[in-house]
Write a protein that binds this ligand. Structure first.
Ligand code: SF4
Length: 109
């Protein structure tokens, strides 16, 4: 015998929909930050690690020019004052403005 009332399935559906709607803003917030994080070049990315990329230039042991950083690199196309921006080497990803890698070339004045 079925223990469910005739509208049991409908009530269950409404309840699940309400839970889904209540959770939606949190889910989109989580997805939003995950998408932003995914856009950043990771130091552990094989190409990044081959080039000695660091998100904080001051942490690099390979950097010889203390003023060199992504924001003043010729391959960086990020806007001045922004925390991160695109780099010609890492297509489709962003590098930290204060990052650095061994491919750094002085930006033309
Ligand atoms: S090439 Fe330039 S902008 Fe790109 S990661 Fe290296 S230092 Fe930064």
């Amino acid at each position: 015998m079925d223990h469910c009332a005739p509208d049991c399935g409908r009530r269950r559906f409404i309840k699940l929909t309400a839970i889904g709607l209540a959770a939606a803003p949190f889910a989109s917030a989580l997805l939003g930050s995950a998408a932003r994080a995914a856009d950043m070049v990771s130091e552990s990315d094989p190409q990044a690690s081959a080039l000695g990329y660091v998100a904080d230039a001051t942490k690099s042991t390979k950097r010889t020019d203390a003023s060199a950083a992504c924001h003043n690199c010729g391959l960086y196309t990020g806007k001045e004052g922004e925390e991160s921006g695109p780099c010609a080497i890492f297509q489709g990803k962003l590098v930290h403005a204060n990052g650095w890698c061994t491919a750094w070339v002085k930006k033309a004045a």
